[in-house]
Design a protein around this ligand. Structure first.
Ligand SMILES: [Zn+2]
Length: 151
């Protein structure tokens, strides 16, 4: 969750640019939203997460709220507690794919499945918005924007 401490605006803008204005979890674009997305501490400060650029990511309100201070979840397929997707350590394409109709995010690994479920990537409202965004060519995000934030 976005902490009460204020992240300087220039750092927030660097995070936006690094993320190509996509929520780094569900890949919703900030560009078509009325309000800016939030900055998420990937590892919460309360769990000794660093107050550093590398521990920050762009997250839509929904993903940020659902993630809260969680860093792991239960994968019912493997019966394991696994880490949530970490935008700096993991490649999105290695843990998620879009469904054929591009409406659903499908977790393809334990990390992907747990993150998709925990953050409710495929909530009804998101599906409705993706359906409309496909019509006006705003969805899915362009392939060259995905994983562009990895060095
Ligand atoms: Zn999101």
């Amino acid at each position: 969750m976005t902490p009460s401490r204020k992240i300087p605006l220039d750092i927030q803008n660097q995070i936006r640019q690094r993320a190509k204005y996509l929520c780094e979890y569900c890949h919703t674009s900030e560009l078509w939203q009325y309000v800016r997305f939030t900055v998420d501490y990937i590892i919460p400060i309360s769990q000794s997460g660093a107050d550093s650029f590398e521990n920050l990511c762009l997250a839509c309100f929904h993903c940020n709220r659902r993630k809260s201070d969680k860093t792991s979840g239960f994968d019912s397929l493997t019966n394991d507690i696994v880490s949530l997707y970490h935008p700096r350590k993991h490649l999105w394409n290695e843990h998620f794919i879009w469904s054929y109709d591009k409406l659903y995010i499908i977790g393809t690994s334990p990390i992907g499945r747990v993150t998709e479920k925990t953050l409710e990537f495929n909530r009804e409202r998101a599906i409705r918005i993706r359906k409309e965004d496909i019509i006006v060519d705003r969805h899915p995000p362009r392939e060259d924007n995905i994983n562009a934030n990895k060095t």
